[in-house]
Design a protein around this ligand. Structure first.
Ligand code: FE2
Ligand code: FE2
Length: 164
């Protein structure tokens, strides 16, 4: 059954991203794997928030609460991503890239486990048309310039993150 590939494809993205982060943790002199993994993680979050989660919540309204928790965790992960990207690029003081890498690893461990247990299996139960749509996004979607995860966006009347 080819929809079976969806959950596995999503899990595969988790593993690839984890591997890039682990490679940087093991050899911090080489930023390439980290930068690739951070880009892949942003795109992965984009796919989940713009395509996977709405499809799941539409097919099964009972999934709205776990989706809400995942969105909140994405915002925390996004914050760490921004800080880590900055620390790795500048090698300046403040929180070190190593500490941020550890923080991101722990955040992803908990987050990914929940997605893989609660949400991804449901992707395999999506109606065929929705599953096909998601599969084609997984294969080809690019992260739009300037896209920010939903719960990390400044709300009306609040200063943008960079100004805080
Ligand atoms: Fe996620
Ligand atoms: Fe995920």
């Amino acid at each position: 059954m080819h929809t079976d590939l969806l959950a596995r494809a999503l899990e595969h993205e988790h593993h690839e991203i984890d591997a890039g982060i682990a490679a940087f943790a093991a050899a911090p002199g080489d930023r390439q794997p980290l930068m690739r993994a951070l880009g892949a993680l942003r795109r992965h979050i984009y796919l989940e928030e713009e395509f996977l989660f709405p499809l799941l919540a539409e097919a099964e309204p009972a999934l709205a609460p776990p989706v809400f928790v995942m969105l909140r965790e994405h915002a925390q992960i996004w914050d760490t991503l921004d800080s880590l990207e900055h620390a790795a690029a500048n090698a300046t003081g403040g929180e070190s890239a190593a500490a941020l890498t550890r923080q991101l690893t722990v955040q992803l461990l908990h987050h990914n486990m929940k997605e893989e247990k609660i949400l991804y299996p449901r992707a395999d139960e999506l109606p065929a048309a929705a599953a096909d749509r998601l599969r084609s996004f997984l294969a080809s979607a690019k992260l739009p310039d300037g896209w920010v995860c939903v719960k990390a966006r400044p709300r009306l009347g609040e200063p943008a993150r960079a100004e805080r």
